[in-house]
Design a protein. Structure first.
Length: 175
């Protein structure tokens, strides 16, 4: 599955780590444009200051090396804000269309109405719902989460996952 990652799922560090670890394990193919990565850096700067923005730009460059096929180009001609509450989000749909993506992973349901996405042949993918649907105790996501957990200093990884904005996945880990 080919999925564009919206900036709002790249900015929270924990959520980004889980999604990209799963992508690296082969769970899905992540996609983004330079503009999406720029939004991530601007969000980091707005919330955490210029040092965070610089770190986001450095990590974005590292992601380019880690996922060399993720960068989407040539989307500009496809940018069309019709049907979107926020025309500034049209570039995300354009990138998804240019890449032949299956959907957009976003927390921003309000600005990505199903009608507009459906007209573009795209799905809106909530990260928690997606990862919960992918989770099986002996599956690829479980192995990925075990690797992420090993790098964390926490006695309660399910709580860490919940704080990553993944409450349904956290609940599955507890059962």
């Amino acid at each position: 599955m080919r999925l564009v990652l919206d900036a709002c799922v790249l900015f929270p560090e924990r959520l980004r780590r889980v999604l990209l670890a799963y992508a690296e394990a082969g769970g899905f193919a992540p996609l983004w444009s330079d503009r999406i990565l720029g939004e991530w850096a601007r969000a980091a700067e707005a919330r955490l200051g210029p040092v965070a923005a610089a770190l986001a730009r450095e990590e974005a460059a590292a992601l380019g090396r880690r996922f060399p096929n993720a960068r989407v180009t040539g989307w500009e001609a496809l940018e069309d804000a019709a049907g979107l509450p926020d025309p500034a989000d049209a570039h995300v749909i354009a990138a998804a269309r240019a890449a032949g993506a299956d959907g957009i992973v976003t927390l921003n349901a309000r600005d990505f109405p199903l009608r507009a996405l459906g007209a573009a042949g795209l799905a809106r993918v909530d990260p928690d719902a997606f990862l919960r649907a992918e989770y099986a105790p002996a599956g690829l996501l479980a192995e990925t989460l075990a690797a992420v957990a090993a790098s964390e200093r926490t006695d309660d990884f399910a709580h860490w996952i919940k704080k990553a904005g993944l409450p349904r996945l956290a609940k599955a880990l507890r059962t």
